[in-house]
Design a protein around this ligand. Structure first.
Ligand SMILES: [Zn+2]
Length: 212
């Protein structure tokens, strides 16, 4: 089972990708997770990746593809995988297709939601300044007002999660993903999923399409 999950920030892409990985018993491969793990190390590659991230630049496709293909070559990914955060653009998608491990076509899910919904979901996120626990003012509020239910720490909103920053993130996402979505649609690999619904409802429509 080879699955690619596409979707803008706030679409629930990460959560659904984790659930799909568990359901299909294949590894959930998130480029974000891999990069965050990688930069903790002291390797040459870690230093290079860190320098891009620290200067606010995107890590070049070449490096990302190397990292992902290395991960896909591992034993547990032989029977399948759920890719989350990759490919991010057309160039990466074309390289992915050339990789030997992607002989049979993956299923590509595209989670869609309106900007209004995405802004609402992301701008409601709160993080605990002490233990990094995540909350949402509407969907997952802390039991203690403005404080973390785990440790009593103060909750704050990341700068990245403020409405203006979200609109910029969505703009960047759309610009990169539009050619990608068109590419998979042309190859008849794309399945569009309504991401406006609840987590549970979205997951059941993903499963329904997997069984087709
Ligand atoms: Zn806390």
């Amino acid at each position: 089972m080879k699955i690619i999950v596409l979707g803008p920030p706030g679409s629930g892409k990460g959560t659904q990708a984790v659930r799909l990985g568990k359901y299909c018993r294949v590894p959930h491969i998130s480029t974000g997770d891999i990069l965050r793990q990688l930069v903790k190390g002291k390797t040459f590659l870690a230093k290079r990746v860190k320098s891009y991230m620290n200067s606010g630049k995107l890590v070049p496709d070449r490096i990302i593809v190397d990292i992902v293909s290395g991960r896909l070559a591992e034993k547990d990914a032989k029977k399948g995988f759920v890719l989350d955060g990759f490919p991010r653009n057309l160039n990466q998608a074309e390289i992915l297709e050339k990789l030997a491990m992607v002989k049979d076509k993956p299923k590509v899910f595209n989670l869609k939601a309106s900007d209004k919904t995405l802004v609402k979901r992301i701008s409601g996120r709160r993080v605990c300044g002490s233990c990094r626990a995540n909350y949402h003012v509407e969907y997952n509020p802390s039991k203690i007002m403005e404080k973390c239910a785990n440790c009593g720490g103060s909750l704050y909103q990341r700068d990245d999660d403020k409405p203006q920053a979200i609109r910029n993130r969505l703009k960047v996402y759309k610009k990169e993903s539009r050619p990608l979505v068109r590419y998979y649609a042309k190859k008849k690999m794309l399945v569009s999923i309504n991401g406006e619904k609840t987590e549970k409802e979205v997951f059941s429509s993903l499963i329904k399409h997997l069984k087709k």
